[in-house]
Design a binder for this molecule. Structure first.
Ligand SMILES: Cc1cc2nc3c(=O)[nH]c(=O)nc-3n(C[C@H](O)[C@H](O)[C@H](O)COP(=O)(O)O)c2cc1C
Length: 360
């Protein structure tokens, strides 16, 4: 498998290149009976659309989603849902100077090393545009999670090391970065509310491991933290442990949430907190040292339109990936106990063939 799919039970496969005909996703494993319209998905896609901010690429694209299959009379049918967004604002000529030159910080060199050639028009599969498919699939996952009382939110924590609340400072920093034909990175946070205790598998499919994989698979993400993340390394156990208490009804809660809602790879019922560090956008308009595909030293100036800051458009991608990871593990959790399976099938015990009278 070439790594374009995510999830075992709610499986999404993204497809398409930045400057090809279209990009999209196939979602398999979506339960039947979910009301789903293009507008549900479009609302999510609109949040990642370029051209909405001074600090995002000026590429203007309608990014209109089309549902090609898996929905009938407004309801999902339980069959694969295929979603497509046509690419309209191609401008392939903008990328002609990177055809024979490797952009520092981008995936050109590694794609050539792996495949021997690459779709150089806008980065092909390594373009931020690939995330359209994830966001479209994430919109469906989030809608299902919403029916289960689960809500996902995200925010920018810092830009270029400056806390996002210090708005004027951040703006001044970004203006300077842009004036210098440079780019900036930052940290974003995603919080998942309402996940009950017990979601996530104990070993390889830990909830935190799947969330880390989900976030790290987003282009430009270079670090992921769950809960207090790296800062726990300098604490004592007595400071870092979240004390358990029970309220007057005997309901268990934690006094703090340093763990970010995950213990032993399994949700503990508190809010789940995941942060991602985004590197500065690799495509910058100032001259950079690089090499040609035939190994000559050269200098590159990138003329295409790029996000000076990936972060704003990546928030909805983080939410989508969080939704996909959590929903997949919630579906996996449905067969975690015999009692759960018996409840689902409406039988008390299940030894081979059940006699016609329903008794063993
Ligand atoms: C929403 C989004 C938009 C992006 N936009 C750009 C862009 O305009 N220009 C660019 O060079 N990289 C952009 N990137 C980052 C590249 O896709 C990424 O840095 C590249 O594929 C190399 O992968 P890596 O940074 O994970 O190693 C974007 C990423 C995301 C998630």
């Amino acid at each position: 498998m070439a790594g374009s799919s995510f999830g075992k039970y709610f499986t999404v496969t993204t497809w398409g290149e930045s400057h090809g005909e279209a990009v999209g996703v196939v979602v398999d494993g979506c339960p039947a009976g979910l009301p789903l319209a293009e507008a549900d998905i479009q609302a999510w896609l609109d949040r990642r659309r370029p051209g909405q901010s001074r600090y995002a690429t000026a590429r203007q694209e309608a990014d209109q989603v089309q549902i090609l299959s898996g929905v009938f009379e407004g309801l999902t049918t339980g069959t694969p849902i295929s979603l497509m967004v046509k690419n309209k604002d191609h401008h392939s000529a903008d990328y002609s100077n990177i055809k024979n030159t490797y952009r520092p910080g981008h995936a050109d060199y590694t794609f050539d090393a792996k495949y021997g050639f690459r779709d150089y028009r806008g980065g092909g599969r390594s373009s931020g545009r690939e995330t359209l498919g994830r966001v479209a699939a994430g919109a469906i996952a989030a809608k299902i999670l919403g029916k289960l009382g689960i809500l996902i939110e995200s925010r920018i924590v810092s830009i270029g090391g400056i806390e996002a609340e210090r708005e004027e400072e951040v703006k001044a920093f970004l203006e300077q970065v842009m004036a210098e034909k440079d780019s900036a990175g930052g940290v974003a946070e995603c919080v998942i509310w309402g996940v009950p205790a017990g979601v996530g598998e104990p070993v390889f499919d830990k909830l935190d491991a799947r969330l880390a994989e989900a976030m790290m698979s987003i282009g430009a993400v270079k670090g992921v933290e769950i809960g207090d993340g790296f800062s726990v390394a300098s604490r004592r156990g007595s400071e870092n442990n979240d004390a358990f208490r029970a309220d007057e009804n005997g309901t268990i809660y934690k006094k703090t949430n340093h763990a970010g809602g995950v213990l032993g790879g399994i949700s503990d019922g508190s809010r789940i907190v995941v942060r991602a560090a985004f590197k500065p956008t690799p495509s910058i308009a100032r001259p950079q040292e690089t090499v040609t595909t035939t190994g000559e030293n050269t200098e590159l100036v990138i003329h295409g339109r790029h996000d000076p800051l990936v972060l704003q458009r990546a928030l909805v991608v983080m939410e989508a990936m969080a939704a996909l990871a959590v929903l997949d593990l919630m579906l996996a959790n449905m067969h975690a106990t015999l009692a759960g399976i018996q409840k689902f099938y409406g039988v008390e015990s299940f030894y081979g063939i059940i006699p016609e009278d329903g008794k063993e």
